[in-house]
Design a binder for this molecule. Structure first.
Ligand code: FCB
Length: 434
């Protein structure tokens, strides 16, 4: 399966249309000083109105699948209770449009845009949210479950917990270790309850989750940095996968999570999954960091390492390494690479083309790494590039471009980049002969 990924708040815009409620990202982005350039997702790529053109771009790149997320506050403006039928209608149109073009929809229920009404009630710090999330999942599955077969509960609950609830650089802007741990555990619990709700709606759905997974490597050979790496790996990678797939928190952080775990939680979280979605961007170099959130943080990167415009190290080998270690650790689950891609400072040449050679090379090299993992026995079922369009890149606003299609935010013009053309050709060559 070859696809492109997007998320609702990053592309839809139309934040006041058809009864949509406010999300935590509306509030965060409208708080002065929190997002670069004072940007917000108010308009974004205006995908809410231009989705036909956008899925045409998906089709023309020869993608067989498209990953998107549904906006909880568009569907349940207050987070729970009254359903907004016009919100569901939007995703209904989108799904029908995809299916009509032979594109498989891959739906993610939560890409960080919590209804503000639930935030006012404690958000992910309040364990009652788990049931509300399961109820929302059931509402969406009831409407789309006969046509959408691939369902992910969360996108990167680890990043949402860490940056939204620990560091405070993402919505809802909370800080501190205890907030981060609670947000992580309650998302895990919500995941388990939603899996149950989705299966109760329809036995035929294929359900899983999407996690940001990157190999953690020590910044130096010192014991301090090695120990920090073990803890960092357990917080970032292990805390959101071990409970789901093994029913326990990883040993290095188990004591941190223990006070949050009520009777029955781990059993509720540990549900059989049909697939695992992996978002991979870069390896992480970790250093001992006393006084930081949990004693370990990003450290020095080996000299000579190339970087993207996000400042993330480029290392395609890290993808193969991650896929192989996951496969071994969790008993060879089916895996999709649900995000992989790169941000570079694109320029439009005189001929109107974006010659994004660095992005193209990044994607090409990561596809080769994925192929090595497949050859080594990883059950990789698909690859999704991040992202179809340049979009609202969270705290960086529109200053960072990840799209294989350029978006001119002044007039919403879409221009496929060289990486898009290359991928379209590449995918065509992969298709089995008729
Ligand atoms: C991931 C997010 C996605 C996008 C990429 C660059 O962490 O899931 O929304 O911001 O990073």
């Amino acid at each position: 399966m070859w696809g492109a990924s997007t998320s609702c708040y990053q592309i839809e815009g139309a934040v006041d249309v058809d009864g949509r409620g406010k999300s935590i990202w509306d509030i965060f982005s409208h708080t002065p000083g929190l997002v670069e350039g004072g940007d917000s997702g108010d308009v974004a790529c205006d995908h809410f109105h231009r989705w036909r053109e956008d899925i045409e771009l998906v089709a023309r790149a020869n993608f067989s699948a498209y990953r998107f997320s549904t906006s909880w506050p568009r569907i349940l403006p207050a987070g729970a209770g009254a359903i907004e039928p016009r919100g569901l209608d939007f995703y209904d149109r989108l799904v029908d449009g995809l299916l009509a073009r032979g594109i498989t929809p891959f739906l993610c229920l939560y890409h960080w845009d919590l209804p503000q009404a639930l935030q006012d009630d404690g958000g992910w710090l309040n364990r009652d949210i788990a049931q509300k999330f399961a109820d929302y999942a059931a509402v969406v599955a009831r409407r789309l479950g006969t046509r959408v077969k691939l369902w992910a509960t969360f996108n990167e609950p680890n990043i949402h917990a860490l940056f939204g609830h620990g560091v405070g650089s993402h919505a809802p802007g909370l800080k501190g270790l205890q907030n981060m741990l609670a947000a992580m555990h309650h998302q895990n619990l919500a995941h388990g309850r939603a899996i149950e709700a989705l299966r109760a709606e329809s036995a035929g759905l294929r359900v899983g989750t999407i996690v940001s997974l990157q190999p953690a490597r020590p910044s130096s050979a010192s014991d301090l940095d090695r120990n920090a790496t073990v803890r960092f790996d357990a917080m970032w990678n292990g805390a959101c996968l071990d409970p789901l797939l093994q029913g326990t928190y990883p040993a290095p952080v188990a004591a941190d999570f223990a006070p949050l775990i009520a009777d029955g939680d781990l059993a509720a979280i540990h549900r059989p999954l049909d697939f695992l979605g992996v978002n991979y961007y870069a390896p992480m170099y970790v250093a001992d960091a006393p006084g930081s959130l949990f004693g370990a943080w990003f450290g020095a990167v080996p000299p000579g390492t190339p970087f993207t415009a996000m400042g993330w190290p480029v290392d395609a080998g890290g993808l193969a390494e991650e896929l192989m270690s996951l496969s071994e650790r969790y008993g060879r689950p089916e895996i999709y690479v649900t995000e992989n891609g790169a941000c570079y400072d694109d320029t439009v040449a005189a001929d109107g083309v974006v010659h994004d050679g660095e992005r193209l090379a990044f994607i090409r090299d990561h596809l080769a790494a994925a192929r090595r993992a497949v050859a080594a026995g990883v059950r990789l079922r698909g690859y999704f590039v991040w992202s179809l369009l340049d979009n609202f890149e969270w705290a960086s606003g529109y200053s960072r471009r990840f799209g294989i299609v350029r978006v001119d935010f002044a007039d919403q013009r879409r221009t496929p980049k060289a990486s898009y053309q290359w991928l379209a050709q590449f995918i065509k060559q992969q298709k089995p002969a008729p």
